[in-house]
Ligand binder design. Structure first.
Ligand code: GDP
Ligand code: MG
Length: 166
């Protein structure tokens, strides 16, 4: 089994942290500042029974200028070509305009999409269900997986679910 996986989400939701954890190398640039990741950086995870090529795309967000517009196009084309999209959101922040904007982009692609709710180490367990429910009514995600990319919670389970879609 092998496939391409694109990680989509607003800046700072934890895309690079996740990628670094699963690949096990410092391949993506990490920063507290938004938009540090300017290029698509691919990391390959080779497991005994699967190979996953991860693409750390620049955060799709509302374009403010021409460059943003161009980068959006590149990101959107990427979405159509991959086998699976991981839409990563921050559990600490509610559904916002940034997420809504990204979900609009998903309407034009047929690629399966997982919702990955990251930073669950920062919330109370009781807060998780309402977050899941609020996203469920926005889009028909193939899977909804809460994780902590920083602490590693549920990351193995996510990889297993990804395998199922390759
Ligand atoms: P990106 O812009 O989506 O690539 O986000 P980064 O991976 O650069 O992460 C942005 C910030 O969030 C960094 O300070 C990370 O350490 C932090 N972060 C990422 N994942 C988690 C997580 O699961 N829990 C917590 N508490 N912080 C996280
Ligand atoms: Mg990044």
């Amino acid at each position: 089994k092998s496939g391409f996986i694109s990680i989509i989400g607003r800046p700072n939701v934890g895309k690079s942290t996740f990628l670094n954890r699963v690949i096990g190398q410092k391949i993506a640039i990490m920063s507290d500042k938004p938009q540090t990741t300017r290029n698509k950086i691919q990391g390959v995870l080779s497991l005994p029974d699967a190979q996953m090529v991860f693409i750390d795309t620049p955060g799709i967000h509302k374009p403010k200028h021409k460059l943003g517009d161009f980068m959006m196009k590149v990101a959107q084309n990427t979405l159509k070509e991959v086998d699976l999209i991981l839409f990563m959101v921050n559990a600490e922040e509610g559904f916002g305009r940034g997420e809504e904007f990204i979900l609009e982009k998903f309407q034009t692609v047929n690629t399966p999409i997982f919702l990955v709710i990251n930073k669950i180490d920062q919330i109370h367990p009781d807060e998780l269900l309402p977050i899941i429910e609020s996203y469920k009514e926005k889009y028909d995600f193939k899977e909804i997986v809460p994780i902590s990319a920083l602490e590693g919670n549920n990351v193995e389970r996510l990889l297993e679910q990804i395998k199922g879609f390759l």
